[in-house]
Design a binder for this molecule. Sequence first.
Ligand code: TMP
Length: 237
Amino acid sequence: MEKQELLYEGKAKKVYATQDPELLIVSYKDDATAFNGLKKGTIAGKGAINNRMSNLLMARLEKEGIPTHFVEELNDRETLVKRVSIVPLEVIVRNIAAGSFSKRYGVEEGAVFDRPTFELSYKNDGLGDPLLNDDHAAALGLASREELALIRNYALTINGLLKKIWADCGVTLVDFKLEFGRLGDGTIVLADEISPDTCRLWDAATHEKLDKDRFRRDLGGVEEAYVRVMERLTNSL
Ligand code: TMP
């Protein structure tokens, strides 16, 4: 399968058409942004790590019955995926208070929730990805009630699976963001990526941050954190 025209360029990935109208090629970049694109930088080697990690994790989720867009890894930065139209929602699951949750509600980072917290934002850079609930999402026509229920179910199931995968390599899954898409026939599948860009991953023993927060907060050791968390995952599989 070969790349044809560039269909879309996002902040961290490019998407190309292929000869098959139902398949696309995603190409991961080393570019990193934060705060809705206000902060820009490069994380050397990130594209290859995110590509590999996302594929490993999506393949594991598929085995456990979660439908995803993943088809085949083509090379270190590129992956063949099913064409979807993205549901414009950022689907976030939190196990521990951090990031915008801590800021918004005045809770110290690290407070462990009794049960996972499910959250939706409207994927809309112009509006700054505002938080919304199911009624808002339905009123805006972003997804049907049935789709929202399915997305919530998938997200919480994925949380249970990912928490276990990461715990097995000594990493605590603090929170993460998912995106879902619709195939041509309307089937909802997991899309986008699962990587240190889109998850908070803390060393289980030391709580050291092994994810994009090192870039967002200028903590240093960004590249090394991506390499180390990837090594933990591959060594445990
Ligand atoms: P938040 O605490 O900043 O809302 O982030 C929650 C999770 O979502 C965290 O794991 C990082 C991830 N995330 C993204 O993948 N993309 C984004 O644009 C933002 C703001 C967060």
